[in-house]
Design a protein around this ligand. Sequence first.
Ligand code: NZQ
Ligand code: ZN
Length: 390
Amino acid sequence: MKNFIYDIPTRVLFGNNQVPNVGIEVKKHASKILLLYGKNSIKKSGLYDEVIKYLNKENIEVVELSGVDPNPRIETVRTGADLCRKHNLELVLAVGGGSTIDCAKAIAAQAKYHGDIWKDIYVEKKYENLKEALPVASILTLAATGSEMNGSSVISNMSENLKLGMGNYILRPVFSILDPTYTFSVNKYQTAAGVVDIMSHIFEQYFSPDKKGFLQSRIMEGLLKTVIHYGPIAFENPNDYEARANIMWASSLALNGLTSLGKESTDWATHQMEHELSAKYDITHGIGLGILTPYWMEYVLDKENVHRFVDYANNVWGIFGEDDLKVAQKVIAKTREFFNSLEVPSTLVEVGIDSSKFEEMALGAVKNGAIGCMKKLGYKDVLEIYTMAL
Ligand code: NZQ
Ligand code: ZN
């Protein structure tokens, strides 16, 4: 196992009735804040009123910014940063899903940064320039991205047809409130997309050709089994607390370093390819991943890495057999079947994507060099995977 430092500063308040703590938690860091949220889901669920009530109780001054889009836009980041500067705000509180939290991180960074973070950090990756940011906190309403416990932020710039991510430890939320009851209102489509996203984060870390990372693999198998067990339950019974709670905590654990630290390598090719789809077609991240993942698995599978697929088949799905390659093919089919059972489509055509931008997207996916570690994928490989998914 490789050396690592595991140090997560995010204080997690998990479970029913944790929202009343929001004022007390904010007060530890700030007295004037930006409250950031999406369209209207938090007003519909009553969460907005609760948050305001408990912030008022602690005399926290609140400036609001709403309307964060799924696939959050750089324009919202700029508006939010201007508000923070204008009103001398001291913390950004995101109430919503991954898009709102990612947007909050970008605002927190831009508020303290003299240049343009889109150009310098997201595009040019001059990470060393980003030295400070306002503290970020979150109240999570959709289990999917893990943004509530990590330092990553993915932002879209539609005028440049780009969706780019960045990561910095200083952007990890100082606290995150995870109350599963506020995910009861997540519809079937977003529930399925969230489940696929969580599974994909695990796949990206689980599927590496080396044989190391035994402990990490067993933790990931537990997370996969949890999400595969509870995903369909939450899909059918949105108010099932245990299902929502297990999925919510799995989303955080899948992408907070627990499962990757100490491993030799992780893949992330499918995410790179999916971000190109969302950038060009503004599709839902988890749905894009659900379409691409089984094709990616079929494409990268070979004799060198088949052992990972056999582990996945044996330990997650209970699929066994004499012939390793056949076991691998069976588990890939099983994965696709599981996604389909959550009404996630299997082809790009079903989400309105044709082949007209495949070359452009493949170039975009590999613009910083070959991607992935199960198999290094270059331009032609990515093009082939998009074509298989058509
Ligand atoms: O805008 P509102 O009204 O809040 O509606 C949202 C939005 O339409 C709705 N929603 C959220 N909570 C709800 C709810 N509807 C009913 N009840 C609730 N409790 O769901 C829709 C989607 O929300 P969004 O925040 O976009 O979803 P998600 O959490 O899946 O975030 C996706 C974004 O995160 C990025 C993705 O690329 C995408 O841009 N990612 C961020 C990562 C990270 N920071 O580590 C990693 C991921 O791989 C991913 O790339
Ligand atoms: Zn993801």
